[in-house]
Design a protein around this ligand. Structure first.
Ligand code: XIL
Length: 345
């Protein structure tokens, strides 16, 4: 029995897939997905900058193919994401002369974007990350173009437009650093307000880009409880474990010019040493221990990628590193921790 069979008793188990996987250019990884997971999400191809590059131009090929991959393999598929300050349809915020658009124009553009994307996959996509990363860690609202041009109610409008386009789709709010108490409070406030306004909101996504010393496990668990208490599903949406230190840990160094820092930032070039491997396992088992305890509140756990080789963390926040954040290694083999996670359930 694999993860999807055992953990699947309680929640779906997903992975973010890139286009190589869905086009058959990475058959081993595709096999890992269909063997171990029962849910997928597109890593990039449904984001605004890719799917809607110009006002009257949509690029559907990759998203269509991703939906087909899910259908062909009997996988649930989640849509990511409709409104986000990063990788946005950049044209949306300005007129041709470069001036910032009016509130009414941005609402209209956002309406058309959401309506066209969501209705294309109506009945096929189980739920959408409607608004991604709207809140700062301190609980203030992120000053994204959507916020600055439309105002705080861009969040409610996005949920209304998405619901109108596919009344049966689940709708989620998604963010990182969800263990932060300030962010937790604001997310709960937004969700309760959306409900009070009569909007559909089904779940809160905790990205969970975790590392060896963050987040604080008690705060993370407190957030699961607080989110569940809002009366919505809790989803772990982008799980991975960054095993490398952050450039912030080397403050003052200009990492782009100092390649010796690159080495310091990448201490595990030839693989994790035994200490690193132990820490990796411990962290994953700590988190899955939490997911087990909260198995009746959590409805999905999705990893952000499939194998270490394809992980975005090889290139973020520093490019060209060798990172070890996922459960499947560079040779497409399951790491020993997979069996240990399964045994927890
Ligand atoms: C990342 C992708 O994995 C990268 O390939 C891309 O270059 C940048 O975005 N939070 C999110 C995801 O919600 O969409 C991001 O995905 C990772 C952080």
């Amino acid at each position: 029995d694999t993860m999807k069979d055992v953990l699947g008793k309680y929640f779906t188990v997903g992975a973010a897939v890139n286009i190589d996987i869905v086009y058959g250019r990475s058959p081993e990884e595709a096999r890992i997905v269909t063997d171990n997971f029962n849910s997928i999400v597109a890593e990039n191809c449904m984001k605004g900058e890719v799917i809607h590059p110009e006002e009257n131009t949509y690029f559907w090929d990759d998203a269509d193919r991703t939906v087909k991959f899910a259908e062909d393999n009997g996988l649930e598929i989640i849509g990511h994401c409709l409104v986000w300050h990063s990788q946005p349809p950049e044209w949306m915020f300005t007129y041709e002369n470069g001036d910032t658009v009016s509130r009414a124009v941005l609402i209209d553009r956002m309406y058309h974007h959401i309506t066209n994307v969501v209705s294309r996959y109506k009945g096929k996509i189980k739920g959408w990350d409607v608004v991604n990363e709207a809140v700062n860690d301190d609980g203030t609202m992120r000053q994204s173009p959507y916020y600055k041009i439309i105002g705080p109610d861009y969040v409610r409008l996005a949920f209304e437009f998405a619901h109108e386009a596919d009344p049966n789709a689940e709708l989620y709010i998604n963010d990182f650093s969800m263990a932060s108490p300030g962010k937790r409070a604001t997310i709960c406030k937004i969700v309760r307000q959306l409900k009070a306004d009569g909007c559909r909101i089904d779940g809160i996504g905790m990205q969970s880009h975790n590392g060896i010393d963050y987040p604080d496990l008690d705060e993370y668990e407190a957030s699961i409880d607080s989110f569940a208490a809002c009366g919505v599903k809790v989803m772990i949406t982008e799980l991975d474990m960054n095993m490398l230190p952050s450039p912030d840990d080397f403050s003052g160094a200009d990492i782009s010019q100092h390649f010796d820092y690159q080495d310091k930032l990448n201490p595990y070039k030839s693989g994790l040493d035994s200490k690193g491997r132990k820490l990796f396992e411990k962290r994953y088992l700590d988190f899955f221990g939490i997911y087990y305890r909260h198995r009746h509140q959590i409805s999905r756990v999705t990893f952000w990628g499939v194998t270490d080789k394809g992980s975005w963390l090889n290139d973020f926040p520093v490019e060209g590193r060798t990172n070890y954040p996922l459960l499947f290694d560079r040779e497409n083999k399951a790491k020993p921790v997979v069996e240990k996670i399964i045994k927890l359930f």
